[in-house]
Design a protein around this ligand. Structure first.
Ligand SMILES: *[C@@H]1O[C@H](CO)[C@@H](O)[C@H](O)[C@H]1NC(C)=O
Ligand SMILES: *[C@@H]1O[C@H](CO)[C@@H](O)[C@H](O)[C@H]1NC(C)=O
Ligand SMILES: *[C@@H]1O[C@H](CO)[C@@H](O)[C@H](O)[C@H]1NC(C)=O
Ligand SMILES: *[C@@H]1O[C@H](CO)[C@@H](O)[C@H](O)[C@H]1NC(C)=O
Length: 354
């Protein structure tokens, strides 16, 4: 092939790839915002990285919400990495925001998870901030209509899920509602997965109680509706990630919809994560498909899960190395009331993928 033709084809391919891109989670770049930025004047909104025009407008009209959204961006990064630390794809590229790698720019399973988690995290953080009194626009959630059962009574401060859902979706869905941003199919996919994230968040609202009564007798319990921790919500979403459905953008009547690729007799379920592009196996480094590979990743020789050396290293084998761990040991209890310990060093064998 002539070099010029090769260049032409490569450029053409890049163009096709890029028209499918949608930068709907660039706002995660807010995690890098300096803690020193005051954010008390509307002109500060322009200084924030990763926001689309409509998000800057939301910033201007809801300045007091921005510290909470910045906190949500940090939570997304921390939780995503933790949830996937035992997988070949370990969410590391999310830290490159707003300059994502292809694993998050293409409409893959991985991007499905990240959009769902981001949408859940932003609403979660706002709902919690209402409870702690950090936001002037909201306070505790409503007291439920039903009675909580004998020996229980409503009290405390409920997480304001409704406010979180309204303000969170306004902000996180804004990029997908713009006319010029990626393909229609990608935007539909991201909006769907964001909604799945919020559904899981809604389902996590549970009754939490505190004991009262003479010397901890717990004769009366005060209860409120509280959200589960984000890491638990992320684990639910990881299960959905593992069973996500591949979809295609298909005309039905006068409009086009996302429908399951293989079983096209049923519509997409509101509870399932969906994706448009298959992912690589993430075994070898291949930047063209957004794979960082698993060379030098730590693996677990005794595990039989996804972090096992066999699966993590894709059968390439692994190298052992010795690692020192410092532990508290020979602890003694002193009357009254403290404990002293010594520090002991122990060497453990660890393994990294070849
Ligand atoms: C904004 O915050 C900064 C730093 O906290 C402070 O110096 C400044 O006076 C504030 N401006 C307004 C308009 O409140
Ligand atoms: C995540 O994966 C990347 C690429 O394989 C690797 O460089 C990084 O060290 C991994 N992070 C952790 C915490 O294992
Ligand atoms: C390896 O996996 C085993 C079994 O799942 C677990 O008990 C152990 O704590 C893991 N080791 C490390 C270093 O993560
Ligand atoms: C790992 O092995 C145990 C015991 O053999 C089994 O109960 C468990 O289901 C296995 N887990 C996986 C992920 O294969």
């Amino acid at each position: 092939m002539k070099p010029s033709l090769r260049f032409f084809l490569a450029g053409f391919l890049l163009l096709i790839l890029q028209t499918g891109l949608c930068y709907g989670i660039k706002w995660i770049a807010l995690s890098k915002t300096s803690l020193a930025l005051a954010l008390n004047q509307t002109q500060h909104c322009k200084q924030l990285e990763g926001l689309v025009v409509s998000q800057v407008q939301l910033c201007r009209s809801n300045l007091e919400l921005m510290q909470t959204i910045i906190q949500a961006a940090r939570e997304v990064i921390k939780t995503c990495r933790k949830t996937f630390s035992d997988m070949r794809w370990n969410c590391s590229s999310i830290e490159l925001a707003p300059n994502y790698l292809l694993d998050l720019e293409r409409g893959t399973r991985e991007s499905a998870f990240v959009y769902a988690l981001s949408a859940a995290a932003i609403s979660h953080t706002i709902a919690r901030a209402c409870t702690t009194g950090d936001l002037p626009g909201c306070s505790c959630g409503p007291i439920p209509g039903e009675t909580p059962g004998p020996g229980y009574r409503w009290g405390g401060c409920a997480d304001n899920l409704n406010y979180g859902l309204i303000m969170g979706s306004k902000f996180s869905d804004a990029p997908m509602k713009m006319k010029k941003s990626g393909s229609q199919a990608n935007k539909l996919m991201h909006l769907h997965n964001s909604e799945v994230g919020r559904q899981v968040l809604k389902a996590s609202l549970e009754m939490k109680c505190k004991c009262h009564g003479v010397s901890g007798s717990c004769s009366i319990k005060t209860c409120w509706k509280g959200l589960q921790e984000l890491r638990d919500i992320a684990l639910d979403l990881k299960t959905k990630y593992l069973s996500a459905t591949k979809v295609v953008h298909r005309p039905m009547g006068t409009r086009k919809y996302l429908v399951p690729k293989d079983i096209d007799i049923r519509p997409v379920k509101e509870t399932e994560l969906i994706y448009l592009q298959s992912s690589p196996d993430f075994c070898m480094k291949n930047e063209k498909v957004g794979s960082h590979g698993t060379q030098d990743r730590q693996c677990n020789k005794t595990s039989n899960g996804s972090d096992s050396c066999d699966l993590m290293c894709c059968g390439r084998g692994y190298n052992p190395y010795m690692d020192k761990v410092v532990e508290r040991c020979h602890c003694k209890y002193h009357w009254c009331c403290y404990v002293t310990c010594k520090k002991c060093e122990r060497t453990v064998e660890r393994y990294v993928c070849k």
